[in-house]
Structures are given as structure tokens and as C-alpha cells.
Design a protein around this ligand. Structure first.
Ligand SMILES: C[S@@+](CC[C@H](N)C(=O)[O-])C[C@H]1O[C@@H](n2cnc3c(N)ncnc32)[C@H](O)[C@@H]1O
Length: 395
């Protein structure tokens, strides 16, 4: 029996299918395969070989496009979703595009699902943050993992989703009912809706349902996820985006894994919170600045490298190069928090909230149209991926 909160979610998804939906054909499947393979390899550092000869269980498969890719890679796959039409669509997709007979579908909620088997990979993407108690769903999903198996979790991040959650609240403050939420979202957040439609191929109404109408969104912080992993003997393997960790707070190779960096995660989350579409801009900016920095850094290192008692360093030259490097670094503005203009983002947030208090939709719209940071581009980096490996050891 579904709980009331689950039923509310199910009803929204019965009306509007949340999975991306373009006309599926062989070409699209191949493109998607390549995209997902690259995501797993380059971003999660989880190569395709990890799926080979493995049994995989997926929770919340939606209409099955991504599931099909996992099915083509793994030995056997099981897919669970509580929405009838999605399962039907997924079955058809598999019938048409998988020549294997190595899959099963279950029309079940996560809570209802039971199975005697354990799996090498358990995967759930974009699902459990829609539950009132996401941790209970996490606990249930990972129960089906074999020892040594991997859990791949795609879940909304609280900072990364901040702008989307604020957009939801903005609509709720300005609308009397669901129809008004739909209408107002098209007035205020049209730029965002068009952008999401362009990149995901989903229909605008489906995007509105998935973000603004779904009754529950409970994004989770990275720190919380680390706690969940620990409590359930899941060794943290990787995440995407990666959070500022070892590179800043590196330890000696032989010392035990320390968690002293976990308090600094908020640095990454701030960047996820204000992200719009600067990746490419940042890469170009970094490339230009970095070219000289790298050159000067090499110069500095060269001064001492290979020197010995007989081959002494030239202190004057060394000092000159060091000064040059320092100047270059100061001018490079290579401070992430500055580059993402976090201060200005919060200034705009402050102004926005003052306007929101007046509950005037046209003032809100005017503000958003002229803002430079808030409600621009991607509206943050919302869904994060975490991979954990099930161990027997207490972590
Ligand atoms: C946003 S979609 C994601 C679909 C797919 N994983 C993807 O990434 O494209 C969420 C899916 O999870 C399903 N879902 C949500 N809550 C669920 C629950 N408690 N039990 C089973 N399925 C659930 C919904 O029916 C929907 O198909």
C-alpha cells in the first residue's frame, strides 16, 4: 500500500511523464549510450567494464531510456518503478532495442519491492529526493547490494537545487492553485523552461510538473550523503561533481583516510548553488591565465630541481621569478568564489526577497529579467551523483 505522500507523487507522474522523451530510434539510443558511457568514464571514473557480467537493479527507471543502456552493458537487469505507463513504455523500448532477454520489470514502489537476490550494482537516479523520508529509501535500496557491490545514486543537492526550490516557493507565493502555478511559471521562468526543453527534449509541461508541481522535493547535502554512506558501510568511491577534497587537503599516501576536509564541502556547494553556465567561460579564462602561471611555476621549480651542493641556486634570479609568479597569481583572479561572483549572487538574492515580499508577479518578472546571477542559465547544479562500494568493515 502506498503512503499518501507517495500517492501524490505518483499522481503527478501519471499525468506528466518526468523522463526525457524524444522519439526514440536507433540513432538516439546510440547517442545516449555514448553520452552515458562518457559520463560514467570521464566524470564518475566508473568504466563500462564495471557493468560487464554484473547484475544490476534500478529503482525509479521511468520510461526506460537510460535503463536500456544499462541493460545493454550488464549481464542481467531488474528495473523498478511505481508508475504503470512508464513501465509499459520501458518494456516496449526494451522489446524494440534490446535483443537480450535478461531483464525484468516490477511495477512497485521502493517500499513495496522485495527480492531474494542481491545485486552487483544498485542504481537510482533522480528518484529518492521525491520521498518524504529520502534516507528510508536510500536504506531500502542499498539493502539489495552484494558485498563489494556498487551503489550509484543520482540525487538532488540542497545547495545545487537552492534556486529551483526558491523558484517553487516564488510560484507558490504568487499562485492560488495548480493551474496558476503552471501559468505563472510560464510567465516568470520562461527562460529556464525553454532552456531545459532545449537540452533535455522534454515537453515544457512535463518539466513544470517535474519541478514545480511534484509535491515533494527534498534535496540533500553532500555532508548528509557521506553520513548515509558511512552508516550503511558504503565506502565513498567517487562523486560528480567532485567536491573540494583531496586536492586541497591532501594527506600523505600512507596515513589513514582522514575526514578533516568534510567541513569544507560548503565551498563546492556554494559554487553549485550559484552556477549558471560558466563552465566553458571558466575553462577559457583559466586556460589563458594558466598558461603564464604554469610557465612561471615551472621556472620556479627549475631553480631548485636537480641542484646540489656544487650546483647552487641563483638566489637573485630565483627571487625575481618568485616575485613575478606572485604578481601574476594576484592578477589572475583565480579565486573560484570570486569567479562565480558569489557575493553578487547573494546581493541579488537579498534584493529579490525584498521584491518577493510585495507579491507582485510583474515586479518579480522584471527583477528576474534584469538579474545577472540569480535565476540565470542552469539555476545551479541540481542533481549530483555519488558512488559507494559496499564493504563488510565498519566505516
Ligand atoms: C524524475 S524520474 C527519473 C527517471 C529515470 N531514473 C531517469 O533518470 O530518467 C523519477 C521516477 O521515479 C519514479 N518514482 C518516484 N518515487 C518512487 C517510489 N517511491 N518508488 C518507485 N518509483 C518511484 C517515478 O515514477 C519516476 O518514473
Amino acid at each position: 500500500m502506498l503512503k499518501k505522500t507517495e500517492l501524490d507523487i505518483l499522481r503527478t507522474y501519471q499525468k506528466n511523464n518526468p523522463s526525457f522523451y524524444y522519439t526514440t530510434n536507433k540513432k538516439n539510443i546510440n547517442l545516449l549510450k555514448k553520452k552515458i558511457e562518457d559520463f560514467f568514464f570521464f566524470k564518475l571514473k566508473f568504466p563500462l567494464e564495471n557493468f560487464r557480467e554484473k547484475n544490476l537493479l534500478e529503482f525509479g527507471c521511468g520510461s526506460g531510456q537510460r535503463s536500456l543502456v544499462y541493460n545493454l552493458w550488464a549481464k542481467k537487469t531488474v528495473h523498478v518503478d511505481f508508475e504503470k505507463k512508464s513501465i509499459k513504455n520501458a518494456r516496449n523500448l526494451f522489446k524494440n532495442f534490446s535483443n537480450k532477454k535478461n531483464y525484468k520489470f516490477f511495477e512497485n514502489s521502493i517500499d513495496e519491492f522485495s527480492n531474494k537476490d542481491k545485486f552487483d550494482i544498485v542504481l537510482s537516479e533522480g528518484v529518492i529526493h521525491h520521498h518524504n523520508d529520502p534516507y528510508s529509501q536510500f536504506k531500502k535500496c542499498q539493502k539489495f547490494l552484494k558485498k563489494g557491490g556498487y551503489f550509484v545514486l543520482g540525487i538532488a543537492n540542497d545547495a545545487g537545487c537552492f534556486q529551483r526550490m526558491l523558484a517553487r516557493q516564488t510560484l507558490y507565493l504568487l499562485s492560488k492553485n495548480k493551474n496558476e502555478v503552471i501559468k505563472n511559471s510560464k510567465i516568470i521562468f520562461s527562460e529556464f523552461l525553454k532552456r531545459s526543453h532545449k537540452y533535455s527534449g522534454r515537453k515544457i509541461d512535463d518539466i513544470i510538473a517535474d519541478i514545480f508541481l511534484v509535491p515533494t522535493w527534498k534535496p540533500i547535502s553532500t555532508k548528509e550523503i557521506e553520513k548515509w554512506f558511512k552508516k550503511n558501510n558504503l565506502k565513498f568511491f567517487n562523486s560528480y561533481p567532485n567536491f573540494i577534497k583531496d586536492s586541497y587537503f591532501a594527506d600523505s599516501h600512507n596515513s589513514p583516510v582522514a575526514n578533516h576536509y568534510s567541513n569544507f564541502m560548503t565551498l563546492s556547494e556554494l559554487v553549485w548553488m550559484v552556477h549558471k553556465e560558466k563552465d566553458l567561460k571558466f575553462i577559457n579564462f583559466y586556460k589563458n591565465k594558466n598558461r603564464n602561471l604554469a610557465k612561471y611555476l615551472k621556472k620556479i621549480i627549475k631553480h631548485t630541481n636537480g641542484t646540489n651542493f656544487k650546483k647552487k641556486i641563483n638566489v637573485n634570479k630565483f627571487l625575481k621569478d618568485t616575485k613575478n609568479f606572485k604578481k601574476l597569481f594576484q592578477n589572475s583572479n583565480l579565486d573560484l568564489t570570486k569567479f562565480f561572483e558569489i557575493n553578487k549572487f547573494f546581493q541579488e538574492l537579498d534584493n529579490f526577497l525584498s521584491i518577493l515580499k510585495k507579491k507582485d508577479i510583474y515586479k518579480v518578472k522584471k527583477f528576474i529579467n534584469s538579474s545577472r546571477f540569480l535565476f540565470k542559465g542552469t539555476y545551479g547544479i541540481g542533481i549530483n551523483y555519488y558512488v559507494g562500494k559496499k564493504t563488510t568493515r565498519k566505516l
